[in-house]
Design a protein around this ligand. Structure first.
Ligand code: PEP
Ligand code: MN
Length: 347
């Protein structure tokens, strides 16, 4: 299941031209943002209600289904009146219970499906709460969209993938459709393919992909949008991974566990990097105070404590010793590289 279309509806001509090409490719669902939440003031903030007529024209001329982002009751009411088929709650709105509640109320009695994007902050409880708020208001056609979480640490993607959050959310809402939005997750056109493949490997149900006939001229999110031709080529590369054993459930479970392991490995690496940074700072003050790098007695007592805690967590003393001996060696090596100078390193 693919939802494609521009980040923002910019003009009637742009909307209809994109829809014409996409519907020619067999794509049924068309997206275009009308009310755009922008980080900085003064940016293009969407065409608003006017664009609803353009979406209606997409339905009429190409028989596509249309969707847009809503951030409050007024948006929902306008969409319902204009015959919009589906709305999504954007990342900046999901974390706001007042707005989700008013959206839920406005959706009552409409035929529209609602997808809930994850909140921008990495908080799956807030995401869960938003979904529950809709379900408890009697809204039945609810789905989820993963678009990545804001992160200080993510260096490659615009938002951090945190696939383990997807695994957990799917466990919480196993019967709801679950999509991925690789465009906002990756933030660059070149990442859309690999993220889409990962979403597929995890068994997600569909993708929402920003597609623009002329991305470099787009009024929002220009570097992450694909042309329809790029979208088509990318979709052709996606592989439905057939399982070695043919057992789909087995493979999905395996993929879920591996995803969690990958996330933990990243957490371990981040923790090791922070540890190394501290160790370097300790090295600097040791040097400044003429204290030797290795203080055997302290390290022996630290190791004893680690082995005890490891044992309580079910880890063998040999394993804990091996791991921490390597970490300690790395730290000592790092401290040995600190230059001998009386000037402070950092101004
Ligand atoms: C969008 O889909 O254009 C959008 C603003 O998404 P998000 O809420 O994920 O940032
Ligand atoms: Mn966008």
């Amino acid at each position: 299941m693919i939802i494609a279309g521009p980040c923002s509806a910019e003009s009637q001509a742009q909307v209809l031209e994109t829809a014409a090409v996409l519907s020619g490719m067999g794509i049924v669902w068309f997206r275009a943002g009308l009310w755009k939440p922008r980080t900085f003031p003064g940016c293009f903030e969407g065409v608003g209600r006017e664009g609803l007529r353009w979406l209606a024209a997409v339905k009429e001329q190409y028989g596509m289904k249309v969707c847009t982002e809503v951030a409050g009751a007024a948006h929902v009411e306008a969409c319902a009146q204009a015959g919009v088929d589906m709305v999504w709650i954007g990342a900046r709105t999901t974390g706001n219970p007042f707005l989700v509640q008013e959206i839920a109320q406005a959706l009552q009695g409409t035929a529209m499906t609602v997808f809930v994007k994850n909140p921008a902050n990495p908080d799956i409880e807030a995401w869960t709460g938003a979904v529950e708020r809709l379900l408890q208001s009697g809204i039945r056609n609810v789905g989820l969209i993963h678009r990545g979480f804001s992160s200080f640490y993510e260096k490659i993607y615009r938002n951090s993938a945190s696939w383990d959050a997807v695994v957990q959310m799917r466990g919480r809402f196993p019967s709801l459709p679950f999509y991925c939005d690789p465009s906002h997750l990756g933030g660059r056109a070149e990442y859309v393919g690999e993220i889409s493949q990962k979403a597929l490997d995890l068994g997600l149900d569909g993708l929402m992909i920003e597609t623009h006939c002329n991305p470099s001229a787009a009024l929002s999110d220009s570097v992450q949008q694909l042309t329809p031709a790029q979208l088509s080529a990318m979709l052709d590369t996606l592989e439905e991974r057939t399982s070695d054993t043919g057992d789909v459930q087995f493979n999905r479970t395996l993929e879920e566990f591996r995803t969690q392991i990958d996330s933990l490995d990243e957490t371990i690496l981040n923790a090791l990097a922070s540890r190394m940074e501290l160790s370097r700072r300790i090295g600097e003050i040791k040097k400044a105070h003429n204290i030797s790098i290795i203080q055997t007695r302290r390290w022996e007592s630290v190791m004893k404590k680690l082995v005890r805690i490891g044992g309580e967590c079910g880890l063998s003393s040999e394993f804990v010793r091996n791991v921490f001996e390597e970490i300690h060696k790395g730290s000592v090596g790092e401290q040995e590289t600190i230059p001998d100078c009386s000037e402070p390193r950092h101004k």
